[in-house]
Design a protein around this ligand. Structure first.
Ligand code: AMP
Length: 477
């Protein structure tokens, strides 16, 4: 299961009844992080009510459903289309009842040891209703809560689960936010006039007219109750490992993540691309929408005119979710149209964020050639993606990744470009402005920040289990 999702938790200061509405708007702002399913859980003072469904936030909820979710504290989730089982059981928040009450959990990330943990739990008699690793987290957390206080229970949970996790919990009248010790997936804290919000991206805070306070730190637990926020730094490692793909593609450009405005990062990447891979061209054009900000950077640096040449039909889902190659190609044609006068007789630089299988680039190069482009130079805002992601981005298997088995010249030939340039690893790292040792670049290097059977692990991180096993604050400065 690869869950690249969006999570939100909101706690109102006053004992109001309408937190569900705010969660709904926040989820709307995070819709780009997941279009497969959506859900909200609210605590009404006595128990937790949940509504979940398949589809977009606007399809899953209407006023009547929102009105039924009465309470001042709650969490929400949007789920990404995945290669795993697409079913309501796997949608979130996930509710689990236990001896002393109930807990709802929403998760963004992916555990790499969930199969083993699940097997151990099943051996011990636990029964699972879904195939998602979030249920494993929920079971383990409840078991620890029966033995320890909140902080110790979380620490014990973190020692067991390996992978990426930005989690929000609804536990009685409290919202909890937890970010894995490497900070792989984003999570931030904001404040509105009426309360606090924890969310995957700051755009959710903006939407509620709130103020971004800061990111949840790697290894930090945040607990919010009745307008009061408490923080517990449960683990502190020497390095973090923020997902580069959030900066390249996944997050919205208007989000601020780990102190950086995504828009600025992408303009920087475009600038680097122009420096590293200049082109004999008269027009820069993005593949919308993900290439737009990158193309702005390329244009600013190169001075070559910026023109939109492709228009996107915004009512088509991402081509990525299409089940087979044939359908994917049809979907690309459905999704994009050309603006012929901007293309005909021109030498283009076509900018996109990434090449995964190569389908999108090949289709679009051929499309602009058909309407008369004189030359097509493709520039990509990430280095070649050559390895799968195990930590929460639904990428593709190694066999499907074109850069895993072809050189740049080979990819250039497949996509039929006059030239192809990827931003370098160094260029990308400089553009993000976070040191390399604090980034997860597993999909670009094949070296991961956590131990994954059969894959290489960053040397400094192989001791992760040691760190978590002993003194929790060992890595603190
Ligand atoms: P492909 O056509 O397989 O080469 O995929 C590349 C296109 O998919 C690019 O235009 C990206 O913007 C987009 N893309 C890259 N990664 C993802 C992802 N994890 N989910 C959805 N779309 C993606």
């Amino acid at each position: 299961m690869h869950d690249a999702c969006g999570v939100v938790g909101i706690s109102l200061k006053e004992s109001g009844n309408n937190v569900a509405k705010s969660i709904y708007y926040a989820l709307y702002a995070l819709q780009h992080r997941g279009q497969e399913a959506a859900g909200i859980s609210v605590h009404d003072g006595k128990s937790i009510r949940t509504h979940r469904g398949m589809g977009l936030v606007s399809e899953v909820f209407d006023d009547a459903q929102i009105a039924l979710l009465r309470g001042a504290v709650g969490i929400g989730h949007v789920r990404y289309p995945t290669t795993g089982r697409s079913c309501i059981e796997n949608s979130q928040p996930l509710l689990i009842k236990y001896k002393d009450g109930a807990i709802a959990v929403a998760h963004n990330g992916n555990l790499v040891n969930s199969a083993q943990l699940r097997e151990q739990l099943e051996q011990a008699g636990d029964i699972f209703y879904s195939t998602s690793d979030t249920e494993v987290i929920a079971h383990l957390f409840v078991k620890e809560l029966l033995r320890y206080d909140l902080q110790e229970a979380m620490r014990a949970l973190m020692r067991k689960i390996v992978g990426s996790y930005s989690l929000v919990f609804l536990w009685e009248d409290m919202v909890l936010g937890l970010r894995d010790p490497l900070g792989i997936k984003p999570l931030c804290i904001g404040e509105t006039d009426s309360g606090h919000i924890i969310a995957s991206e700051s755009v959710a805070v903006d939407t509620l007219n709130g103020r971004l306070i800061r990111d949840v730190k790697p290894g930090e637990l945040v607990a919010i109750r009745h307008g009061e926020m408490k923080s517990y730094q449960l683990y502190r490692l020497p390095n973090s490992s923020h997902c580069v793909f959030e900066y390249i593609y996944f997050a919205r450009p208007d989000s601020i993540m780990d102190g950086r405005l995504i828009y600025d990062v992408r303009v920087n990447i475009g600038t680097k691309l122009a420096e590293e891979h200049p082109a004999d061209a008269d027009t820069i054009t993005p593949i919308p929408d993900s290439g737009i900000t990158l193309a702005v950077g390329y244009h600013q640096r190169s001075g070559i005119r910026y023109r939109e040449c492709l228009m996107k039909n915004r009512y088509i889902g991402r081509t990525f979710i299409m089940p087979d190659q044939n359908m994917r190609e049809t979907a690309v044609r459905l999704k994009m149209n050309t603006i012929r006068p901007n293309i005909e007789g021109h030498k283009l630089v076509l900018v996109d964020d990434s090449i995964v299988r190569g389908t999108t680039s090949r289709r679009i190069v051929n499309m602009v050639r058909k309407v008369g482009a004189e030359a097509v130079h493709v520039r990509i805002g990430s280095p070649p993606i050559m390895a799968p992601c195990y930590l929460g981005i639904d990428m593709a298997s190694r066999e499907e990744l074109i850069a895993a088995y072809k050189t740049v010249a080979g990819v250039e030939a497949v996509i039929n470009a006059d030239s192809l340039g990827y931003v370098s690893l160094k260029g990308l790292v400089d553009a993000i402005g976070i040191r390399e040792e604090n980034l997860c670049m597993g999909c670009l290097t094949g070296v991961y920040p956590v131990e994954i059977p059969g894959e290489k692990c960053i040397a400094t991180q192989t001791k992760l289990s040691e760190y978590l096993g002993s003194d929790p604050m060992k890595g603190s400065a």
